[in-house]
Ligand binder design. Structure first.
Ligand code: ATP
Ligand code: MG
Length: 288
């Protein structure tokens, strides 16, 4: 199965996790060929991975977490190329919430499921218990502690699979469409948790079809089309590029469109900073 999957024309395997350096950027606007060079992911970044069904987002994630092995290129973590020996180190530090929770959940109770990762890290018992309790509370599933994950609903299972990874406290966390199965309340709770985790210094990559979420949450957006990265820029710059949106079948976020229409109709001064969330939007309107 993996061999077939690796036939996806995937040219952007090089991927490094480094400390963020000032003034260092990986993208040169207007220079697409640069996008086929090395890709860097910096500590503390919030990255949205965008692209239509089958564009290669999940494959990319499974490569950078070491679940799939790439046929070309390398994965580097903190400056070291990942080989068979260092694969465990990569997996310990790069946690992934799979798109399909059924592929991730293995234990017979929610508590055992979420304990599994921290126990594998050989942490003291009390630490395991406190991490599990915190992760369950974060995902609003404390009351399901003793239940069998396989008997939970789709969205509940998804929350268990997210709690799994939260409890690992990995340095880099990958979420493959985490909000797709969640109701609005739980999606909002997740967004809050994502903010907290990022404030703690974690690096986060999230694939999503929710452009509104990507726009307000991500600092950087990486766009996939046909197995390749076609754009990598700030989320605002990505949504300003009509050709990229068209190629990746993406739509503008509502907030982006509303602000642009107001600007075009001279309801607000031209050239202001585009607000990415409702709070900043409100301020911009009040101060106009
Ligand atoms: N197990 C597999 N074996 C063979 N090909 C696969 C496998 N999984 C995915 N593919 C193919 O690889 C390509 C990229 O799939 P991938 O799952 O990475 O897309 P995606 O961007 O995550 O899409 P989605 O938004 O639907 O989750 C697709 O053409 C898909 O059909
Ligand atoms: Mg996918």
């Amino acid at each position: 199965m993996h061999a077939v999957r690796n036939m996806v024309p995937y040219q952007i395997i090089p991927c490094q996790v480094f400390r963020r350096r000032k003034a260092k950027t990986t993208t040169k606007p207007g220079n697409r060929t640069h996008l086929l060079d090395k890709k860097y992911i910096y500590r503390g970044e919030k990255i949205a991975v965008l692209g239509s069904n089958g564009a290669g987002k999940s494959t990319f994630f499974l490569n950078i977490n070491g679940v799939l092995k790439s046929t070309s290129g390398q994965i580097c973590y903190r400056g070291k190329t990942i080989d068979k020996k260092s694969l465990n180190e990569l997996r310990k530090n790069v946690g992934i919430v799979f798109q399909d929770a059924d592929n991730q959940i293995i234990a017979s109770t929610v508590e055992a499921e979420v304990s599994f990762g921290p126990m594998n890290l050989k942490l003291p018992r009390e630490e395991v218990v406190s991490r599990v309790d915190r992760a369950l509370a974060y995902m609003n599933i404390t009351e399901y502690k003793k239940r069998a994950p396989h008997h939970l609903s789709g969205g509940e299972k998804k929350r268990v699979s997210i709690a799994d990874i939260i409890a690992m406290e990995s340095e880099v966390i990958i979420f493959d469409e985490p909000t797709a199965a969640l109701d609005p309340l739980n999606a909002a709770m997740l967004e809050e948790v994502l903010g907290k985790m990022n404030e703690e210094g974690r690096t986060m990559l999230i694939s999503t079809h929710d452009v509104d979420f990507a726009y307000r949450w991500a600092d950087r957006a990486v766009v996939f089309s046909n197995g390749q990265i076609i754009a990598d820029d700030t989320s605002l710059n990505i949504f300003k590029q009509e050709d990229i949106l068209e190629q990746a079948s993406l739509k503008h976020p509502t907030m982006f469109d509303v602000y642009r229409i107001m600007e075009e109709n001279k309801m607000i001064p031209e050239g202001g900073d585009y607000p990415r969330n409702i709070r900043v939007f409100q301020k911009a309107i009040e101060n106009r």
